[in-house]
Design a binder for this molecule. Structure first.
Ligand code: ZN
Length: 156
């Protein structure tokens, strides 16, 4: 496993649409392992392929219950609403208020290419929506309710 270099806001790769994963190769498995390690090292709640320079529909999320790996995810249901501070490893030390659904249902594949369904509420719903947006080239600042601020200046 290895730590991957992060891509930061302004890098054109963050604005591209990622491609579906057709098959799991040893390289893909290594990528996912590295993404989990990189997310944990950076104290992130999630990390998507484009953020490490790989335009594949893969993201990892860990809201404190261990990492979850999403391959070719589709959000099939969104409901409710939450507004709260959101950050991104590609915009270090920044935060903005972002409105997200409070509840999502997401279908994705694991690394054995088995389909699974996951329900997320609150932080997990937020993280799934945030990471999913990365796969379509969207950053939270595009949809923020307020200005992007330095973390130190932000008040909830
Ligand atoms: Zn992000």
């Amino acid at each position: 496993m290895a730590i991957r270099n992060l891509r930061y806001d302004g890098d054109p790769i963050l604005r591209k649409v990622s491609k579906e994963v057709k098959e799991i190769t040893p390289r893909i498995e290594e990528l996912i392992d590295d993404m989990v390690e990189t997310m944990h090292m950076e104290n992130g709640v999630g990390l998507a392929g484009p953020q490490v320079g790989v335009l594949k529909r893969i993201f990892v999320v860990d809201v404190g219950d261990g990492p979850i790996e999403f391959i070719n995810p589709v959000i099939i249901e969104k409901s409710g609403e939450q507004i709260g501070g959101e950050g991104c490893l590609s915009l270090p030390n920044k935060i903005a208020k972002v409105k997200r659904p409070n509840h999502v249902i997401c279908e994705a594949y694991n690394r054995k290419m088995e389909k699974f369904t996951i329900e997320g509420e609150e932080l997990l719903a937020r993280a799934i929506c945030h990471e999913y947006d990365h796969l379509d080239g969207i950053l939270y600042k595009d949809i923020a309710e307020g200005p992007v601020m330095n973390v130190d200046d932000y008040e909830d």
